[in-house]
Design a protein around this ligand. Structure first.
Ligand code: FES
Length: 122
């Protein structure tokens, strides 16, 4: 069972509350992990002001989680998503890889939205 598999039983159902918006720095990102028996789903949410966007935490290059030991998903400038595996860079808006070992690939979206000040799966 891959983290990117839409049928992953660990993937939280739409409407699952992830956290209050103010628990994510702006700009910043936070990872979330869910487990169901042997299945694991990992995603992360990037916040910029009131805007949030989510992606499955699996790099399209080799399938590794993006954050390194420091837990960071963004570059030092907070302007791009960084994969610690081989330093690929992704646009925050659409997850497209803009630098790195692959071409024409993108992060898998994990839809999220804001509901009453909280980040919720969509
Ligand atoms: S696993 Fe992300 S760049 Fe290689």
């Amino acid at each position: 069972m891959s983290r990117t598999d839409p049928d992953n039983p660990a993937r939280p159902a739409p409407g699952t509350v992830l956290c209050p918006l103010d628990e994510i720095a702006s700009p910043g990102a936070r990872g979330f992990r869910f487990r169901a028996d042997d299945a694991v789903f990992a995603g992360f949410v990037v916040r910029r002001g009131e805007a949030v966007v989510g992606y499955v935490d699996s790099c399209p290059h080799a399938g590794w989680p993006l954050a390194g030991p420091n837990g960071r998903f963004l570059t030092r400038e907070n302007d791009l998503i960084l994969c610690a595996g081989h330093a690929a860079l992704f646009r925050i808006e659409d997850g497209a890889m803009v630098a790195g070992p692959c071409q024409d690939v993108a992060l898998t979206p994990w839809p999220v939205r804001m509901v009453d000040g909280a980040v919720v799966t969509a």
